[in-house]
Design a protein around this ligand. Sequence first.
Ligand code: GDP
Length: 447
Amino acid sequence: MDTVTAIATAPITAAVSLIRISGEGALSVAEKIFFPFSGKPLSASPRTAVYGRVEKDGQLLDRALCTYFAAPASYTGEDCVELCCHGGRALTELILSIIYEAGARPAGPGEFTKRAYLNGKLDLAEAEAVGDLISARSVGAVKNAAGQLSGRLSREVAAIADGLTDLCAHLSAWTDYADEGVEPPDMSDVGSRLSRIRGELSRLEGSFSQGRLYSEGVRIAVAGSPNVGKSSLLNALAGYERAIVSDVAGTTRDTLEVNADILGLPVTLTDTAGLRDTEDSIERLGIDRAKREIETSSLVLQLLDGSLPLGKDDLYASELARDCGLPVVTAVNKSDLPPAFPLSEGYIAISCATGEGLEELKRAVKDALGASAEPDGSLVSNRRQAAALRLSGQHLDSAMSALSSGYTPDLVWIDTEAALRALEEITGRTASEDVLNRVFEKFCVGK
Ligand code: GDP
């Protein structure tokens, strides 16, 4: 493997920046640009941060910390050097350029993690978990990615693959040695093993509907008439003042978005313009956008003002949402004021002013989205993995129907083997170069 380098930290002005070098020449490249104050070579103290000078042609550029990881005890499994320098853009770019001159080439997106995968440090699902961990937007997303990184999902996949491998071996023994008097397999036993494995596959595949909530996030349209408190609710849920709060009806004309963590779920809340009949052409545009927003959301949070009698348009958004088949959670705001109508069943009384009812509202949102499983790394969270499970399940269905149609064991075996191959794409055992490229091109450079 040639030697690659990249800045691993974000390309912004910051206190410190981390530059990575990995590959056979990592140490010799680092020794051309970094000089320990101790005078001892970097190789004398692997896995220890060494303080020294970064120089170009004898000119000091920075004082930095440098750590050498000798292969295979490194992230990539290769010789690796991590240089912690000061974080200015010009400085890090300059240091990077002298690392190129010293013999490293720029790393591609995800190239360090791809090398870790190719060197057996991570399987493919764990490598994807690294990407998910970096892009996680909520506590639940972090927990699921961290659980996957520690091999939770990979172990579940391996257990199912193990059952399939056993079955393939059982079926192929007869296929290969039938002429030598090997007894045919007990097909009712094969049938019950196939259906047990099918059940496990379906359970894992089913976890994607929850796992994707954490990896992809959820859009929630906060809808309600002007002045019911939509902006106030966004601020209360996001935990900071982002939306404009005003007591002039119809002030929020544009769709406003804020990101929030609702009991571990990463959500994007959109504050839509109040849906009502209006002559105002600018407000009309906002209302059309609000309708589109509702149609592209996963849930509508219908907000009402409990201190005023219900108006004719107040429930318009929830009716629209139900027509689109979306779940609706209805909250009645301003519970700190005297109520103007009795609370209907399922409605949640809240006050954005005092915070009352907000926890109950968050739980109701999570329930309505069906996010009941613990995001512990056992939830399938990306489409590639879900597609591999689906394909594996389809092959198993074919194996089961071959069996029930009375086909010979070799035909059942072909489909069982195909199911195993599809399943093992998840951890990468059977993934093609094309699949690998698609996985790693989504990573940022430096990871
Ligand atoms: P929007 O038009 O639906 O976005 O409503 P805003 O969030 O701008 O709020 C409209 C008005 O209602 C503002 O004056 C808020 O201070 C007020 N308001 C919002 N929530 C509450 C609440 O829980 N209690 C009371 N008393 N006033 C609230």
